[in-house]
Each structure stands twice: as structure tokens, then as C-alpha cells.
Ligand binder design. Structure first.
Ligand code: RP5
Length: 163
């Protein structure tokens, strides 16, 4: 694949079962991306390096997923001017995922994180593609086809159940 435009990062390997959905949809939409593990708490220096070098490395959007005390998306957003999409991951010892949701959603003014639904990695991938599509016609056209497929599927089921 060509130069990655989207960086997909997550706090732990245990987030991969969810975050791979972002990778899958980016692949489907033909958006070049990179994927790695960056932990806010266990590898803080790596997080700083990732966030501060992201723009100069050519990334346009960062998708950051984490669970529990999910500081990764917000901390990355504090160190870059790239758009950051946060994915709250429901980790095994979480309080129904509310910890992840609130710690990613409730950012202070000035440091936005575009937070998707709990375990909403697929939508994070689509949103990242939509941001890229503002300056990339090929991705825009791939998104058009994807949304048409969604529409056709619904119309087909509507036809099937209609009486
Ligand atoms: C967070 O803690 C990670 O994002 C993960 O969702 C959660 C649990 O991590 P592990 O203990 O499974 O590595 O930092």
C-alpha cells in the first residue's frame, strides 16, 4: 500500500479484536493506513513520539482506541493538530464501557476528540475515510459505492418484507 493517510492506534493488543474493524473498512475503502499499539500509560514516550511526528510523517487522521481509563485519544489530540477519532473500547474489567466512553468523550474545550460509539471502530474507519475524501476523489467515489450498497441492501429487505 502507498503512504499511510490514517494512523490506527490502540492502547493494548486486547483492543485489536475491536480495532481490526477500523482496519477492515479502511482496507475495503482503499484508504492507506498503518496500525500499531501505543499505550498512554505503559509507553507514554512512544505516545508522545507518535503524536508529535504524525503530521510530518504524512498522516491526515488518527483513530485511537482504548478502554478503561482511556487516556490515549485525548492525550494524542493534545499533541497534534490532526483530527483524532476516539473509539471507546469495552475492556474486560470495565464498568459496562462507561469508563471508556466518558474518558474519551468528556474532553475540555480546545482539545476535541471525535468520539464514536462504544466499540464503534467500523464507524471510526468510515469517518476517517470521509475526512480523507474531502481532498481525495478516489476515496470519495469508494464511499459513494459503499453507501449505495448499504442503501440497496435496505431496499432489497424492504421489498422482501413488504405486504
Ligand atoms: C487500556 O486498558 C487498553 O486500551 C485496554 O482497553 C485496557 C486493558 O488493557 P490490557 O490490560 O488488556 O492490556 O489501556
Amino acid at each position: 500500500m502507498s503512504q499511510p493517510k490514517v494512523g490506527v492506534i490502540m492502547g493494548s493488543q486486547s483492543d485489536l479484536r475491536i480495532m481490526k474493524e477500523a482496519a477492515e473498512i479502511l482496507e475495503q475503502l482503499k484508504v492507506p493506513f498503518e496500525l500499531t499499539i501505543v499505550s498512554a500509560h505503559r509507553t507514554p514516550e512512544r505516545m508522545v513520539e507518535y503524536a508529535t511526528s504524525a503530521r510530518s510523517r504524512g498522516l491526515k487522521v488518527i483513530i485511537a482506541g482504548a478502554g478503561g481509563a482511556a487516556h490515549l485519544p485525548g492525550m494524542v489530540a493534545s499533541m497534534t493538530t490532526l483530527p483524532v477519532i476516539g473509539v471507546p473500547v469495552k475492556s474486560s474489567n470495565s464498568i459496562d464501557g462507561w469508563d471508556s466512553v466518558l474518558s474519551i468523550l468528556q474532553m475540555p474545550g480546545g482539545i476535541p476528540v471525535a468520539t464514536v460509539a462504544l466499540d464503534g471502530a467500523k464507524n471510526a474507519g468510515i469517518l476517517a475515510a470521509e475526512i480523507i475524501s474531502t481532498f481525495d476523489d478516489e476515496i470519495a467515489s469508494n464511499l459513494e459505492s459503499y453507501k449505495k450498497e448499504l442503501k440497496d441492501k435496505v431496499l432489497k429487505t424492504a421489498d422482501a418484507v413488504e405486504t
